[in-house]
Design a protein. Structure first.
Length: 99
């Protein structure tokens, strides 16, 4: 199996898992045996794939646990480094789902 075919298979698995239930990147990482960085790399492709099927990949907004700031309108799937309001990095990781 080529690397491209493996990527497609991983992305298909991610899409299927997220269609069944809400999961965070760490959950997906454990489930698929991949690093969190690899999962973040696949999420943009998964979003495009499910869009062609008339569905969408939705992410729960990241929340600062220190001050309550919500990262609304964020288009990237990666976790931000720190909060723009309080500058702390106590952030709740996003949860993803396919709807």
């Amino acid at each position: 199996m080529t690397e491209r075919e493996q990527d497609l298979t991983v992305r298909r698995k991610i899409a299927e898992l997220l269609a069944d239930r809400e999961l965070g990147v760490r959950d997906l990482s454990v489930e698929l045996g991949l690093s969190e960085k690899e999962i973040y790399g696949h999420l943009e492709h998964v979003a495009r794939s499910v869009r062609t099927a008339g569905r969408r990949l939705e992410a729960e907004p990241v929340l600062c646990l220190a001050c309550g700031y919500t990262f609304t309108g964020r288009t990237r799937f990666t976790r931000p480094g720190r909060c723009p309001r309080c500058r702390r990095s106590r952030l709740k990781t996003p949860v993803f789902r396919v709807i």
